[in-house]
Write a protein of this length. Structure first.
Length: 99
């Protein structure tokens, strides 16, 4: 069946459910940044875990999107974040052991 004159067919593919993951990933990243910038130690600790969640969400989105640089970045950021949390915990334990 022919299209009516002046009719434009939408050729944009339907949005895949995985495309929607990037928005929660972005929001979780912003919340994590806010938490780690807090002056309260408890919020900073939560920020570490929230950042790890954001890393997972970005990888979940990045693999099907074939965004390999983003996936590599998230793995590197998760490793650095884990290292920083571990070093922070060790220095905190050393400071409290001396008091």
């Amino acid at each position: 069946m022919a299209e009516p004159a002046g009719h434009v067919r939408c050729t944009r593919p339907a949005m895949n459910w995985i495309d929607l993951v990037q928005w929660p990933a972005m929001a979780v990243t912003v919340v994590a940044s806010w938490l780690v910038a807090s002056t309260e130690e408890r919020r900073r600790r939560w920020g570490f875990w929230v950042f790890l969640l954001s890393n997972v969400l970005w990888v979940v989105w990045g693999v099907p999107a074939k965004a390999w640089a983003l996936v590599a970045l998230q793995v590197a950021l998760a490793a650095m974040n884990t290292r920083g949390a571990w070093k922070n915990r060790r220095s905190h334990e050393a400071a409290t052991a001396g008091s």
